[in-house]
Design a binder for this molecule. Structure first.
Ligand SMILES: [Zn+2]
Length: 52
């Protein structure tokens, strides 16, 4: 049985949630930090994992 859950990636600048991604429990040791395009900032910004 797979244990997956959804994490949200939040723009570090405008705080909008721009991406959702799935992770399984084995890879959850660290928080994700990814450079992704933010349509609110209109540029690539750092996106950090945030939980409910
Ligand atoms: Zn942004």
């Amino acid at each position: 049985m797979k244990k997956e859950f959804i994490v949200r990636l939040q723009c570090a600048e405008c705080k909008h949630i721009n991406y959702y991604t799935r992770r399984n429990k084995k890879t959850v040791e660290r928080k994700l930090e990814l450079k992704k395009y933010c349509s609110w900032c209109k540029k690539h910004t750092l996106h950090k994992e945030t939980k409910k």
